[in-house]
Ligand binder design. Sequence first.
Ligand code: GAR
Length: 196
Amino acid sequence: TKRVAILISGGGSNMLALLRDMAAGDHPARAVLVASNDPAAAGLARAAAMGVAVAAVDHRPFGKDRAAFERALLEPLLAAAPDILCLAGFMRVLTPGFVDRFAGRMLNIHPSLLPKYPGLHTHQRALEAGDAEAGCTVHEVTPVLDDGTILGQARVPVLPGDTAESLAARVLQQEHRLYPAVLRRFAAGDRTPLFL
Ligand code: GAR
């Protein structure tokens, strides 16, 4: 079975969806670590409650020195020896040096239909553009932000009266379906994109 580490920054609802699917059995991967750049991230307690090892590496003492933060983050990460690294609501930009270590085995979930709306405020941007559809994307991580081969996408309608919050909630429900499904396939060596 493949070893999976997950990086989070917040509530970790996507992380939870991944952990639940891996714990359900008949899965080609298992979770070996959940790590966060925010020691207060609610997802850390949720992962620990599921019996998964957790680590917190606060990015703030490192200031603008991303490489130094990443060296500290690599300590628990390399000790856990993951085959696959999943970003799940991880809100720090990673340097090419870090990304290259996990080339071809790092996934991210992003709340837009990439290549539309890389970066932040994706739902607000979709609403302002008058899009009829929104969604989420799981992709391989490369040194370019929110770039990399698309491994799966799920779409939702934009409804009349939607706010960024209501749209985000509708997309998040699909994230919880998409990410576990893509990780299952990826861990089994299947990189053909999944469209839900
Ligand atoms: C999710 O919507 C995820 O797609 C997004 O943050 C949320 C995290 O929620 N990720 C990004 O915006 C990455 N730049 P969660 O902590 O409940 O999974």
